[in-house]
Write a protein that binds this ligand. Structure first.
Ligand code: KIV
Ligand code: ZN
Length: 514
């Protein structure tokens, strides 16, 4: 692809780099659900995982490769034959598979991490790409820590790997060190000085340690890069990666400046960010660019007045353009199964018949407690009822008592603990503390509660509360979420969900001998 072509390829790495971010672990069903949404969003390539890193990752990449169509599926691997073989085994079932291999090129990485001389690094990179190219012509090579590498050494490596068969060359700002002007210069330099650069697509992958991920990516696109590696909501290692929605909307809103296009369906941006937030149990911050709750809220009198006179006074893009339409009232107490099915399809869920029955029953139950059921309520139910792990622990019943007579809050809980129904009661400093204490005792665990947050899924006093908890025990952490109009019940569900995830994680680590 030449620089003259103004088409940017969007490479989403939410399922790989994003999943590496603290607390963003997803189970297999959740990964597949997100992958399908990325397909609907219209990304060009999705990086589904790092197959050699664990059996779980291998299986997830393979399942995603089978599940999606019309999008390339990449598997990450180190520049080593065994890793490359594993990546290929996982992605080869995809309609359009890609092998993405990487090797560090900066002095500090080569000397201390790889313990290799530059000549050896070139040799290793070439051997890796040759090995990958035996499987597919769709091979990406990443020069890890490129922004701290010698530009002429990068040119040498790139020329060699393109000759060996690499068709995409990625220039990562691995540690988020670059500054936009400087990074743009680097991209232009390597493209202009790599003799065979016209045979490859140049890509960038920017981390956000100094808050420059998006700015660096845009500067690189302006300088000639034609692939942007990004994540939904900017999740990723440490401070995260450049955020997909910010890059896409910058290109879209400032087409006059960039003169670049991409194939993302902008109306799917908000639904995708919302889905990710629900899956990983991390609320979207209100001031998050593009998709935060305040991104289109106008509070000051002067702004409101301007908006009433002409929206363009303070609005550079519309909520509709990112898919943030007014939440429709959709389903109520008397809605039938077909109405729920249609709604689910409209929201992008393709469910099996038994899953549909489960969701329909949950919708009916919720409709007894809550008059108006919104799209977000239905999504919360689907995630809770369908995309969850086979549970070791299940909440059966719960009752809590609080009074101001000096009696501490009391919780009585009935749980199914690995097939055995148990009953217990206990105290706490507050109702949530009482529930967590009792549940912890019943399952024989005392994890540290690292985070507890409640948000309302929709407006209204009968809104469902969405509770997120993060637990840590024996070096592992897990996020759980639960929703219900009763936030005490939502808290108990979130706690049990996190305990199940913790148990599952420990089981996987044991299986893999970690
Ligand atoms: O940040 C990085 O350098 C990476 C590479 C593996 C592309 O994630
Ligand atoms: Zn990265």
């Amino acid at each position: 692809m030449t620089i003259e072509s103004g088409r940017i390829r969007i490479f989403d790495t939410t399922l790989r780099d994003g999943e590496q971010s603290p607390g963003a672990t997803m189970n297999l069903q959740e990964k597949i659900r997100l992958a399908r949404q990325l397909e609907t969003l219209g990304v060009d390539i999705m990086e589904a995982g790092f197959p050699a890193s664990s059996q779980g990752d291998f299986e997830a990449v393979q399942a995603i490769a089978r599940a999606v169509r019309g999008v390339e599926v990449a598997g990450l691997c180190r520049a080593m034959p065994a890793d490359i073989d594993r990546a290929w085994d996982a992605v080869k079932v995809a309609e359009s598979p890609r092998i993405h291999t990487f090797l560090a090129t900066s002095p500090v990485h080569m000397q201390y991490k790889l313990r290799k001389e530059p000549d050896q690094v070139v040799e290793m990179a070439v051997a890796a790409v040759r090995h990958a190219a035996k499987y597919t012509s769709n091979v990406e090579f990443s020069a890890e820590d490129a922004s701290r590498s010698n530009p002429d050494f990068l040119v040498r490596v790139f020329e060699a790997v393109i000759n060996a068969g690499a068709t995409t060359i990625n220039v990562p700002d691995t540690v988020g060190y670059a500054q936009p002007e400087e990074f743009g210069r680097l991209i232009r330099y390597v493209i202009e000085n790599t003799p065979n650069s016209h045979k490859a697509v140049f890509s960038v992958h920017c981390h956000n340690d100094l808050g420059m991920g998006v700015a660096n990516t845009l500067a690189a696109l302006k300088a000639g890069a034609r692939q942007a590696e990004v994540t939904i909501s900017g999740i990723g290692e440490r401070a995260g990666n450049a955020s997909l929605e910010e890059i896409v909307m910058a290109l879209h809103t400032r087409r006059d400046f960039y003169q670049l296009d991409c194939g993302v369906v902008t109306e799917q941006l908000f639904p995708t960010c919302r889905l990710l937030s629900m899956i990983i149990g991390q609320p979207i911050p209100p001031n998050k660019a593009i998709v935060g709750a305040n991104a289109f809220a106008h509070e000051s009198g002067i702004h409101q007045d301007g908006m009433l006179k002409n929206r363009e006074t303070y609005e550079i893009m519309t909520p509709e353009s990112i898919g943030k339409t007014k939440t429709d009232l959709v389903i109520g107490k008397h809605s039938g199964r077909n109405a729920v099915k249609n709604k689910l399809e409209e929201l992008g869920y393709r469910l099996e018949e038994d899953q549909l029955v489960t969701v329909f029953e949950a919708v009916k139950k919720l409709a007894d407690k809550k008059k108006q059921i919104y799209d977000e309520d239905i999504e919360a139910l689907v995630l809770e009822e369908v995309y969850r792990l086979p549970d070791l622990y299940r909440l059966v019943n719960l009752s809590v008592q609080c009074s101001d007579t000096g009696m501490p809050p009391t919780a009585a809980v009935v749980m199914d603990v690995m097939g055995e129904v148990k009953r217990a009661a206990g105290f706490g400093v507050g109702p949530v503390d009482a529930i967590f204490n009792v549940i912890g005792e019943m399952v024989g665990r005392a994890p540290v509660l690292e985070r507890y947050s409640v948000t309302a899924i929709t407006g209204g006093t009968d809104a469902q509360g969405e509770v997120t908890v993060r637990l840590r025990q024996n070096g592992s952490s897990a996020v759980g979420r639960g929703s219900d109009p009763d936030i005490i019940l939502a808290s108990a569900r979130a706690y049990v969900n996190a305990l199940n995830r913790l148990a599952k994680k420990e089981e996987e680590q044991e299986k893999e001998g970690i």
